[in-house]
Design a protein around this ligand. Structure first.
Ligand SMILES: Cc1cc2nc3c(=O)[nH]c(=O)nc-3n(C[C@H](O)[C@H](O)[C@H](O)COP(=O)(O)O)c2cc1C
Length: 146
């Protein structure tokens, strides 16, 4: 059973999850956003938060959408304004998840994401969802994964 973790990270929490999964022999594919995002946190909240709120699909650099080798796809996204991040909206639009098991690892400031959970359940049925509270500074959160 070959698994691939496709994820986005703006400030490093997703990278901590990726390192953890790499040690468990899960392949990693990090998504890079081509859209510019402000350097200041408040600018990021305003810009990213607004765009995520309207389900914007960000432009990605060199995204490889071939998942033929994998049985399970794990999607990793920060929560932006209660929703999935814009780069992950693009990933979900561009990969063909037919006949593939899918699960989600979400990371957020509050450790909750009720709106996104609802959206995922509506779209992906019983996909497993794990929500971590800032795993970069709370390493114990990683114990919720696998
Ligand atoms: C644009 C933006 C919007 C955010 N919105 C939320 C939110 O609605 N709820 C929440 O709990 N955290 C929110 N956060 C915090 C991030 O979800 C959290 O810090 C996450 O761990 C970041 O992951 P990363 O470091 O991999 O980018 C937001 C952060 C940004 C930059």
């Amino acid at each position: 059973m070959k698994k691939l973790f496709i994820y986005y990270s703006l400030s490093g929490n997703g990278n901590v999850v990726a390192d953890y999964l790499k040690d468990k022999n899960i392949d990693i594919r990090k998504v890079i956003m081509r859209d510019k995002i402000p350097k200041s946190y408040i600018g990021q909240i305003l810009t990213g938060g607004f765009l995520a709120g309207i389900n914007h699909k960000a432009k990605l650099s060199n995204f490889d959408n071939n998942i033929d080798d994998y049985d399970e796809i794990i999607i990793g996204s920060p929560i932006w304004n209660g929703k999935l991040s814009c780069p992950i909206n693009t990933v979900l639009d561009k990969i063909n998840l037919e006949n593939r098991k899918i699960s989600f690892i979400l990371y957020s400031g509050s450790g909750t994401a009720p709106k996104t959970e609802k959206i995922i359940k509506n779209k992906y049925g019983d996909a497993k969802i794990i929500i971590l509270k800032e795993p970069k500074s709370n390493k114990k959160e990683l114990e919720k994964v696998l």
